[in-house]
Ligand binder design. Sequence first.
Ligand SMILES: NC(=O)c1ccc[n+]([C@@H]2O[C@H](COP(=O)([O-])OP(=O)(O)OC[C@H]3O[C@@H](n4cnc5c(N)ncnc54)[C@H](OP(=O)(O)O)[C@@H]3O)[C@@H](O)[C@H]2O)c1
Length: 187
Amino acid sequence: MPQVEIHGYAIVSDNDCIADASGHTPEMLRNEADWAYFQAELNKSAVTVLGRLGHEANPNPKRRLRLILSSSSPGLERRADGWWWDPAKVPWDTAIRTVLPEGGRIAVPGGRQVFDLFLELGYNAFHLTRAEGTHVPDGIPVFSGCQTGRSAEAILSERGLVPRERQVLDPAGKVTLAIWRPSSGNS
Ligand SMILES: NC(=O)c1ccc[n+]([C@@H]2O[C@H](COP(=O)([O-])OP(=O)(O)OC[C@H]3O[C@@H](n4cnc5c(N)ncnc54)[C@H](OP(=O)(O)O)[C@@H]3O)[C@@H](O)[C@H]2O)c1
């Protein structure tokens, strides 16, 4: 198994949503400082892992390597726009050994089912940005567990992560970041 580090990234509303009821990112969750932070993090990553809808919604002008989750993949398949992976057909260890044989940092920007999957596999860090004072009615939560009223923070802490670093990304927009890391270990 190559040496990898898995980093999740989400900007959420006060009610833990990443997208609105139609599956789109609402304006209230778009913030320049958060975007700049996220892009700088992607520059440090060897591959970006995302769901098909997020892949289709977000162009890839820098042609970063992507691993796209979709049930349409026969397992793991190289297409012009990236690797297409169905975790029900090919396990994570096999997929990542093929995509990143030398290992490296993995950026996971969601969406919900992808965040859920990596909760099971284990994050080395989860970069949780909150757009304070925002509420997305009937939106898509960052983790499925938020549907039962638990916060993103509660779910991360149930998985043994703790907030290690905090910063205000945008004081004007009240956009704050907490980086959650495993309570044991120094990854
Ligand atoms: N605020 C944020 O930080 C943030 C983060 C992420 C996304 N977003 C936004 O949220 C919206 C989309 O999020 P979303 O959660 O609705 O969708 P998504 O995760 O981007 O895409 C969902 C699709 O990914 C595939 N997929 C996901 N998990 C899979 C699995 N375990 N096995 C097989 N296929 C899997 C499926 O594709 P098939 O239908 O092809 O099987 C599924 O329909 C976009 O607008 C995106 O930009 C915002």
